[in-house]
Design a protein around this ligand. Structure first.
Ligand SMILES: NC(=O)c1ccc[n+]([C@@H]2O[C@H](COP(=O)([O-])OP(=O)(O)OC[C@H]3O[C@@H](n4cnc5c(N)ncnc54)[C@H](OP(=O)(O)O)[C@@H]3O)[C@@H](O)[C@H]2O)c1
Length: 257
């Protein structure tokens, strides 16, 4: 089981840092600086993927790792389905880009029916057994596939990363009970709802009454549900907004519902 209490209340996501599906080198210093600022602020979980910027996002994480104590960080990366035939090579490439010899959590990014699940889970567990990944898990898996993967792995699927925010809770609701029962950590992606106001009127009212930004409210919402969020922010102002909202929440000064 991955113990949430070793983590800062939220991590940092890196999608679109260093490009979307292709590398973009134009803002590298800004990205390395914001990852470093997050770490200096106490954030110890970094979420990335081989797909982000076609590997460049991992390279940026590598630059931040170089100047920080690797042991204090919990690094999550993910294999894209095109790597499912050869997970070991994919993970080795990710490790080289991140200048580390292990990841803390290695996830299958999306389910893919073109690959045999028992084989894939076996390959994933081999990486764990060889010490290349401390924990392994999945992402975007619904209940049926999650429970199948869990059984195939003899209980060694430790996390499932799913979308959870003020607009989208269905995937989380579906896996919630099973995850609690089996000790699988639900990791919330897009936890800020990408700073968009939700359609739901009651939720909009709650956000307005809280006096917080949509992003900050949505972040706290995912935490209040028991998930572990990995928000993406590019500026110190946005980071500060999230930190100060969390401080208010911790002191019991935010009414969520
Ligand atoms: N497993 C998967 O399939 C999957 C899918 C999507 C995402 N993810 C992971 O989850 C992470 C987060 O998701 P996401 O990037 O889609 O969306 P998100 O974290 O919900 O939202 C990011 C957006 O919110 C803005 N923002 C951040 N803090 C803010 C604040 N205090 N006030 C106003 N706006 C603020 C950011 O703007 P600035 O950039 O200008 O700060 C950015 O545009 C990703 O980076 C990635 O690591 C995983």
């Amino acid at each position: 089981m991955i113990e949430k209490k070793q983590f800062f209340p939220f991590g940092i996501g890196t999608w679109r840092m260093g490009g979307a599906s292709q590398p973009d080198y134009s803002r590298d210093n800004q990205w390395v600086e914001i990852i470093n600022r997050a770490i200096q602020g106490g954030i110890n979980v970094i979420d990335t993927a081989e797909m982000y910027g076609a590997g460049h996002s991992e390279e940026l994480v590598g630059r931040a790792v170089e100047t920080n104590n690797r042991k204090n960080l919990f690094i999550i990366t993910k294999a894209w389905p095109s790597s499912y035939g050869n997970l070991r090579d994919a993970l080795n490439r990710s490790l080289r880009r991140m200048k580390t010899d292990y990841v803390d959590l290695y996830l299958l990014h999306w389910p893919d029916e073109n690959h045999d699940l028992p084989e894939l889970i076996k390959d994933l567990l081999d990486l764990k057994d060889d010490g290349l990944a401390r924990y392994v898990g999945v992402s975007n898996f619904g209940l049926e596939l999650l429970s199948l993967s869990y059984s195939l792995s003899s209980g060694q699927i430790y996390a499932n990363q799913i979308e959870l925010n003020v607009s989208r809770q269905s995937q989380f609701n579906e896996i919630r009970e099973f995850s609690e029962e089996k000790g699988i950590l639900p990791i919330a992606y897009s936890p800020l709802n990408r700073n968009r106001m939700p359609e739901n009127h009651k939720m909009r009212d709650n956000i307005k009454k809280s006096g917080l930004s949509v992003s900050a409210y949505s972040l706290l919402y995912t935490i209040s549900l028991g998930a572990y969020p990995v928000p993406k922010f590019s500026t110190v102002e946005h980071l500060e907004d999230l930190l100060s909202a969390y401080k208010k929440y911790e002191k019991g000064n935010v009414r969520m519902f």
